[in-house]
Design a protein. Structure first.
Length: 248
């Protein structure tokens, strides 16, 4: 299960992994923390998830920090009560019962979007809480995912994407290479990933959005950019160790 901030994050950051797992017969799902379920971007998300084989959209419906009109009458995700948002993600985790969860990294991806950072915090807390029976009992029986990964971008992996982002005035917030514990070549599923990205038509039409930037990039360069996905493994739940002292 992926837990991401905006419609299109799932395709950009983990579209290859989602497509790969679906092709292998695994169940996959995506929780999206912002934008209303009746918004145009929700329809685009549904199309993208169909391409990726990731089931129906699961939207928390909070407003985008930079677009309050994305969910009229709802709080922005960054202003919403943390306990409330965590509880909603716990509900989805206990309903779907995934073995692996993928979310944003602590930097908020390359641009440090506040919704990305808030979703990172919510996901960390929700994955831990989902396995504890005394937390959010109304959300159903406990379920502890076996692994939590944060989608990320290491310094050495930014490649051709760096100049494209800086060329439109965007920041480059990368992690040191040692923080990227997993590097996956999703080349065999790159075409599916690109089709899912293109499903987010409103973002493709924007000049400074990453889907829009990629759409204007030569196909060979674009393939190099989207064929590799990087992750940092964050271990949920208790980890075996010396029961009598703290160890590194």
């Amino acid at each position: 299960m992926g837990v991401f901030a905006h419609p299109d994050d799932e395709s950009l950051l983990a579209g290859g992994m989602l497509a790969q797992h679906a092709a292998d017969g695994a169940r996959t799902a995506v929780v999206t923390t912002t934008w209303a379920p009746d918004s145009p971007r929700a329809a685009e998300l549904a199309d993208a998830l169909h391409v990726l084989g990731a089931g129906k959209a699961r939207m928390l419906g909070y407003a985008d920090a930079r677009s309050p009109s994305s969910a009229p009458g709802r709080a922005r995700l960054v202003d919403a009560p943390l306990d409330e948002a965590v509880g909603q993600v716990v509900l989805h985790l206990r309903q779907f019962r995934p073995d692996i969860v993928i979310g944003h990294d602590v930097l908020g991806q390359l641009t440090g979007h506040p919704d990305h950072r808030r979703t990172h915090q919510i996901t960390l807390l929700a994955v831990e809480a989902a396995g504890l029976p005394h937390l959010y009992p109304e959300a159903g029986d406990p379920w502890q995912p076996q692994a939590l990964y944060a989608a990320t971008h290491p310094d050495s992996g930014i490649g051709e994407l760096g100049p494209l982002l800086t060329g439109v005035g965007k920041s480059l917030l990368c992690v040191p290479d040692a923080y990227a514990t997993t590097c996956v070549d999703v080349g065999p599923w790159a075409a599916t990933k690109w089709s899912a990205i293109l499903a987010h038509q409103s973002e493709v039409a924007r000049e400074r959005s990453l889907p829009g930037i990629l759409a204007r990039t030569p196909a060979e360069t674009r393939h190099k950019i989207i064929r590799t996905e990087y992750f940092t493994r964050l271990t949920p739940g208790p980890v075996p160790g010396d029961p009598h002292r703290l160890t590194t």
